[in-house]
Design a protein around this ligand. Sequence first.
Ligand code: DP6
Length: 415
Amino acid sequence: MAESWVIMVTAQTPTNIAVIKYWGKRDEKLILPVNDSISVTLDPAHLCTTTTVAVSPSFAQDRMWLNGKEISLSGGRYQNCLREIRARACDVEDKERGIKISKKDWEKLHVHIASYNNFPTAAGLASSAAGFACLVFALAKLMNAKEDNSELSAIARQGSGSACRSLFGGFVKWKMGKVEDGSDSLAVQVVDEKHWDDLVIIIAVVSSRQKETSSTTGMRETVETSLLLQHRAKEIVPKRIVQMEESIKNRNFASFAHLTCADSNQFHAVCMDTCPPIFYMNDTSHRIISCVEKWNRSVGTPQVAYTFDAGPNAVLIAHNRKAAAQLLQKLLFYFPPNSDTELNSYVLGDKSILKDAGIEDLKDVEALPPPPEIKDAPRYKGDVSYFICTRPGRGPVLLSDESQALLSPETGLPK
Ligand code: DP6
C-alpha cells in the first residue's frame, strides 16, 4: 500500500423535529426507547450537518473536528458508532489511483472526521440528531458498507436516539422494536418530502439564559420517577402513533395539528411530573402557545401546530403558505426585533414567506396591527433571538463536489 494517499467522502444530513416525542429509554447503553416516535425532517438548505470523513494509512489515530474545533472521540457513543460501522466495512478500490483497501484493513486504519452545522450548534435545534446521522451515513459510504438507511439508522441511534430519524426525508417513524440486542429498533419512512409539500415550518429561537438539563439526563430522571411516563408509553403513544400516521398519509391537517400539540404538551407534562421537575419551556414559549391556540380557536379549524423539544424554542408547522404568512405577521407583532437588529438577520431561511406577509423592512414590522383575536395585545421586544422559515426536506445525500469537503484531499486535515 502506498503510504501517502487519502480517500474521503462528504455527506449532508438534515435535522428532524418529533411530532410524537421520544422521551425515555428502556436500555441506556443501546439507546432503546420506551415508545415509538414520529418526526418531520427539516429542509437541509436551512438546517443540516455536513460531514467529511477521510481514511489514510498516514493517520495515527481517529480524530474529529466539530465546526473547526477538535473534539474528543473517546465518548462511548462515538466509539459505538465507529465500531458498528467498521464491523460492516467492505473492500474499497480506487482503480485510477491504484488504491485498494480490503475488508480486514479497516480494523487497523484510522479516520479523520470534520463536521459543520449550518445553524448555531448551541441554539438547541437537535444538532446531535443531524450530527450522528451524518457521521454514520458518511462512514458507511467511505467504508462501502452495504446496509440500507434503516439498518444504518439502528447504528445512528446508538449515537443519539433522535439521530436515527434523520436517515430519511419527509415524515419518519422510529419503531421502538422488541428484541434485546436492539436490531429492530430503527427508523422507517412514513411518506417522503413531496407527499405534503405545502406545509411551512417556522422556528422561533427563543432567547434564554437558563442552562437546560440535557435530554439524556432529563429522560433518565423521568424514567426513574414519573408514573405519568409509564401511562404515556403504554396507553397514549401507541394509539397516537396510528392516528398520526393516518393523518400524515391523508394530509389531514386538523388531526395532525391536534396530535402534534397534544403530544408536545404531554411531553412537557411528563417533564413536570419528574422529580425534581424539569422546565424546558419559558414565558416566551407559553406566549407562543397561547398565540397559536387563540388564533386556531378564532378561525375554527387549526392553521398552525406547535411543538417544543428539550428547550424553549418553538417549532411551528403551518398548514400552507397563506397560514405561514399570517403566522409570521402575528409572531413579528408580538416579538419584534431589538432596535439594533436587521430584519435580514432576524428572519432566516426561506425569506419568501416574509414577502408573502408584506414585510420588507423594520418599518413594516412596527406598523403591524395587533392580532384581532387578542385584546390589548402587548409586544415583547427581544424575547425571540431570531426566526427560521423552512419546510419538510429530504434525507441524507453525498456531496460529490470536492470544494464542499471539509478536509484537505492532500493532508486529511481541516481546510
Ligand atoms: C425531546 O435524542 O437528544 O428531542 O438519545 O439521549 O441522545 P439521547 O437523546 P436525544 O433526545 C431527544 C428528545 C426530544 C424528543 C425527540 O426528538 O423525539
